[in-house]
Write a protein that binds this ligand. Structure first.
Ligand code: HEC
Ligand code: HEC
Length: 263
């Protein structure tokens, strides 16, 4: 059996047995991880470190329902502009309005299919997390405690306050290429990422057989998105993140990842 169908079979078996972790299995979305990883993926340590909390917040910024194992919203976010091209659940992702580079209309989302004219969150770096959390409960954002609990909201507020990087340190503005050290990145990738993604990054494919999406594909096309995930992990997946390590390590990994096969 292929890896994919093995995974699908495992998920089906878990659904049938009702054993998808300690939370009830959700029929709308099969888990991207084994049941025993539920606590690592969606739970919290009893004594969370700052690095853990900020990375957890980064995954909420990415896709809060995948990060928190909640139902995704179905309606378009009331504050999402009518001129925008996105609708439904995706309009509720922080990244959709504020960008992977945190710069909103002043960054990569200045033009193209994600352009909305909404500013970034970079101006809120260093702000009191309590004030950020309050802003997210106010009507403009409208995140209820059923969507994101108070504790989880503090994690995303900490991410906004203390977890942002300056994309100019990561990606060269002129060439669009990551600015790190490929050889160091290779060492980090081969000893960490390859455990799950394979040495050439092609073991996990979140695209299709015809249009594969491997680490190499994404790192070449969407380096700002991949960098966010290297620093915070991918929501809903049992994946590691480099939040506790120096920023340079993540930049180097991205730089090597962008040299891997795209198909
Ligand atoms: C539907 C679009 C949309 C989504 C989704 C969204 N925001 Fe916003 N956000 C805005 C708008 C609009 C503003 C207000 C900008 C202004 O004041 O002119 C804003 C402002 C902010 C600010 C203040 C920026 C500053 O410089 O004062 C922060 C911080 C922020 N958002 C964080 C988040 C986070 C975290 C999430 C996800 C949990 C999120 N936003 C989701 C539209 C959105
Ligand atoms: C313990 C296993 C594991 C390790 C180690 C790991 N990953 Fe992942 N990663 C995953 C899983 C599982 C997914 C989800 C794949 C899917 O959507 O099917 C994923 C997804 C991703 C995605 C993006 C998915 C998307 O949909 O956009 C990127 C990028 C990524 N990983 C990069 C890395 C990098 C770089 C490293 C090393 C720093 C790494 N991963 C280490 C398991 C791992």
């Amino acid at each position: 059996m292929s890896r994919i169908s093995l995974r699908a079979a495992a998920v089906l078996a878990m659904l049938a047995a009702g054993t998808l972790g300690h939370q009830p299995a959700r029929a709308d979305k099969p888990a991207m991880h084994a049941p025993e990883a539920q606590d690592f993926v969606h739970g919290s340590p009893d004594d969370p470190s700052d690095a853990w909390a900020i990375a957890a917040g980064g995954r909420i910024y990415d896709s809060w329902w995948d990060a928190l194992d909640r139902p995704a919203p179905t309606e378009t976010h009331p504050s999402y502009p009518a001129t925008g091209k996105v609708s439904g659940k995706n309009s509720w992702r922080c990244k959709e309005c504020h960008g992977w580079d945190y710069k909103g209309r002043n960054g990569r989302y200045a033009t193209g299919s994600h352009a909305t004219g909404i500013p970034g969150i970079d101006g809120a770096a260093g702000r009191d997390p309590q004030a950020i959390a309050k802003l997210l409960r106010a009507p403009l954002h409208g995140y209820t405690s059923e969507m994101i609990s108070d504790v989880q909201l503090m994690n995303v507020a900490k991410f906004v306050s203390r977890g942002q990087h300056d994309i100019a340190d990561v990606i060269d503005a002129t060439s669009g290429k990551p600015k790190g050290d490929t050889e160091r990145g290779k060492a980090l990738f081969q000893t960490i990422c390859a455990a799950c993604h394979g040495f050439d990054g092609r073991l996990l494919n979140w695209g299709s057989a015809d249009a594969p999406a491997y680490i190499g594909t994404e790192a070449s096309k969407l380096p700002d998105e991949v960098f966010h995930k290297i620093r915070s992990s991918h929501p809903g997946a049992a994946m590691v993140n480099l939040r506790a390590l120096p920023l340079k390590d993540a930049i180097d990994v991205l730089t090597y990842a962008a040299t891997l096969p795209v198909k």
